[in-house]
Ligand binder design. Structure first.
Ligand code: ADP
Ligand code: MG
Length: 252
């Protein structure tokens, strides 16, 4: 399935409409308009300070926007309370680090939210966790503690934990930036597998090979704005903006 087939005739899963975010006088998001379709993989790239992390964090309302609106699965974000808590539980997040509860086993990390928030019974949550740990290649680590895992294994556990909530979308914010090359490849392979399974993903990364091979669309951000959006082939072979050209030259 290509991007057009995936996203035609259906509501976007995440939609930014004229979104602005400021920290004091600093405009961090400037009129962001972006729709991410079901099953789509959108890779966000751009220089440090561009607003990529802030953009991710506005989706589950970890940052509150100043203007515009963000719809998730066609609905406005809940403002507070139990509704907001449940809403956040439906959006997976994988960060650069600090993803896991360090004092809980890998299995407990994966089963905790499904049991507490989705009300799954122990057996069902455990069976699902084993299935997901198997999928990301770390089933044998189920009883280990996070500190006993490599960085790549920890990030794959974090991905399994996100998947256990059956999220509408998973946000990845530089998930491999803190990893060694081998771990980076393990995590990118897992992400590639998810992309192939039709998972809706928004991925902030500096891994251009991942963007090139897995993105349905590349979004290039700089100075709080989306400078250009294109298919990966077009973006990497002939970017339209001077900003994107110089950025690509700096990371190659
Ligand atoms: P990126 O992820 O692209 O590197 P960020 O979204 O982290 O960019 O940051 C965008 C800009 O917003 C930066 O100038 C950063 O310093 C600023 N910023 C981010 N978070 C805060 C905050 N909580 N308070 C003030 N400024 C912030
Ligand atoms: Mg960032």
């Amino acid at each position: 399935m290509n991007h057009a087939e995936r996203t035609s005739n259906q509501e976007p899963i995440v939609e930014f409409r004229g979104v602005w975010k400021r920290f004091g006088a600093l405009e961090v998001l400037k009129d962001i308009n972006l729709a991410v379709g079901r099953g789509e993989v959108v890779v966000i790239i751009g220089p440090s300070g561009a607003g990529k992390s802030t953009l991710c964090r506005t989706i589950n309302r970890l940052e509150i926007i100043d203007e515009g609106s963000i719809l998730v699965d066609g609905k406005p974000q809940p403002v507070e309370g139990k509704e907001l808590y449940k809403f956040r539980a439906g959006i997976g997040m994988v960060f650069q680090s600090f993803n896991l509860f360090s004092h809980k086993s890998i299995l407990d990390n994966v089963t905790l939210a499904p049991r507490k928030i989705l009300g799954q019974d122990k057996a069902r949550a455990r069976d699902n966790a084993y299935r997901l740990l198997d999928m990301v290649g770390i089933r044998s680590k189920a009883d280990a503690m996070p500190a006993q895992l490599s960085g790549g294994q920890r990030q794959r556990a974090a991905i399994a934990r996100a998947l256990a909530m059956d999220p509408k979308v998973i946000l990845f914010d530089e998930p491999t930036s803190a990893l060694d090359p081998e771990s980076t490849q393990e995590v990118l392979a897992t992400m590639q597998q998810l992309a192939g399974q039709g998972t809706t993903m928004i991925v902030v990364t500096h891994e251009m090979s991942f963007a090139r091979s897995c993105a349905d669309r590349v979004v290039f951000m700089a100075d709080g704005a989306i400078i250009e959006t294109a298919g990966p082939e077009a973006f990497f072979t002939e970017p339209e903006s001077e900003r994107a050209r110089s950025f690509l030259a700096s990371v190659r």
